[in-house]
Write a protein that binds this ligand. Structure first.
Ligand code: B12
Ligand code: SF4
Ligand code: SF4
Length: 346
């Protein structure tokens, strides 16, 4: 099989991007170890525990692996970007989380791809990875020719931009690898300048401990007070460093209905009033499940505080009396901003 064969099959399985890398240690893996040694992974234990070393070689996941099939699936839909949206009554959910959980969509497509490959190449061993496996997905996708690593650390494709998910099939077949494309960020610094929390440090990547996506999705418990006002209206994830990227200016939208918004920028007052069961009904099967009820209400309280609207006072008072100490503390902080003009971003 050739990588052109893989691209043809991958297209039939719903992947706009595909390529092949050798199942060897990635040349840039030392960046990862430096990043965690500097503490930039924050509290994301799954990045720093024994699984950190597993990332050094895909053969730790599948000993017979010879090739890494890398695929990309577009998720952009024709709805506004953060940069064209401002409504202080509403909370911002990042684009990738509007529809069905991508882990399921990508896994289904990869299973189909592996089955189609078996029809052509006969039996081989395989392992599917989507996001959660200890694999340097961006490194292998770059090596497989899917794009370059942008200054915002996202994988960017010259024609398709960066609104795509990554997934991989490790296979025991030896397939001639593709080549990585050149870095096309040039002198651009738009993402660095636009990031509200200065999380992108040119040359050193992204300090997750400062990223809104980390605070609102990954961090459990308290969000340090000094970072709350920069979170603005974000209630789950952040898209700013991709919204401003010139390579996304003409990025295509997906044809897959899975990523159509179920809840685009919901009203903060509605969100503050949902019960745990309603939260489950509303967001089950979407990535938002990951924040859990407590984390999500914490984020809603911060967004309300940042909007600084007196009409949010009753809803925040209800949250402040919550039996969940995290929700209650963030709501009390938010109440201290109600009636004041929207908090200025640092
Ligand atoms: C932890 C994690 C996060 C963390 C940390 C992000 C980060 N930049 O490290 C947080 C919670 C902040 C996060 C946020 C987001 N994430 Co995330 N995340 C991951 C995860 C699970 C691991 C990433 C990781 O290992 N980070 C550590 C750093 C050191 O690794 P890295 O950025 O991958 O960098 C490696 C290489 O790229 C290379 N490298 C870095 N810089 C350079 C520069 C050059 C010149 C070269 C050659 C190499 C190079 O070195 C590193 C390896 O040593 C991956 C899935 C996976 N298994 O890889 C998804 C993943 C990276 N996330 C993804 C997405 C979609 C997002 C968000 C857009 C979600 C959102 N809207 O909120 C944001 C984007 C924020 C951003 N600008 O990166 C996608 C990215 C798709 C793409 N096109 O790039 C992934 C691949 C998930 C997936 N399967 O689709 N994420
Ligand atoms: S996702 Fe948002 S907070 Fe994180 S680096 Fe990008 S712009 Fe900054
Ligand atoms: S905004 Fe500019 S510097 Fe940042 S990733 Fe895009 S092209 Fe690269």
């Amino acid at each position: 099989m050739t990588s052109d064969d893989i691209r043809e099959l991958a297209r039939d399985c719903g992947f706009e991007l595909a390529g092949v890398a050798a199942a060897l240690s990635a040349d840039d893996r030392t960046r990862y170890h430096q990043w965690i040694a500097e503490g930039q992974a924050g509290a994301m234990r799954y990045l720093t525990d024994r699984r950190a070393a597993v990332r050094d070689d895909p053969r730790s996941l599948l000993p017979t692996a010879r090739s890494v099939i890398c695929v990309g699936k577009l998720y952009q839909t024709p709805w506004p970007h953060t940069t064209h949206f401002s409504d202080e009554d509403r909370g911002w959910i990042s684009r990738y989380a509007w529809g069905e959980d991508y882990h399921d969509v990508m896994r289904r497509g990869l299973q189909q791809l592996v089955a189609r490959m078996r029809e052509r190449a006969g039996e081989f061993e395989s392992k599917i990875c989507v996001d959660t496996a200890p694999l340097l997905e961006r490194s292998y996708a770059r090596l497989a020719g899917l794009g370059w690593i942008g200054r915002n650390t996202c994988l960017i494709n010259q024609q398709k931009g960066s609104w795509f998910f990554l997934g991989e099939a490790l296979v025991s077949l030896a397939i001639s690898p593709d080549a990585p494309p050149p870095d096309r960020c040039g002198t651009c610094m738009r993402c660095v300048d636009a990031c509200p929390t200065a999380a992108i440090v040119p040359g050193r990547g992204l300090d997750a401990r400062l990223c809104i996506s980390y605070f609102t999705i990954e961090l459990r418990g308290t969000i340090p007070e000094e970072h709350r006002s920069a979170i603005g209206a974000h209630v789950f994830g952040c898209d700013i460093c991709q919204d401003v990227c010139p390579w996304n200016g003409r990025a295509p939208v997906t044809e897959d209905p899975s990523f159509a918004p179920r809840h685009f920028a919901p009203s903060l007052e509605d969100l503050a009033a949902i019960t745990e069961n309603e939260f489950r009904d509303m967001f089950q099967g979407t990535p938002i499940d990951r924040a859990k009820y407590s984390g999500f209400l914490r984020n809603v309280a911060i967004a309300m505080g940042n909007a600084g609207q007196p009409k949010f006072q009753p809803a925040l008072e209800r949250l402040a009396s919550s039996s969940d100490p995290v929700v209650s503390e963030h709501a009390k902080w938010a109440l201290s901003g109600v009636g004041l003009p929207a908090r200025p971003r640092p």
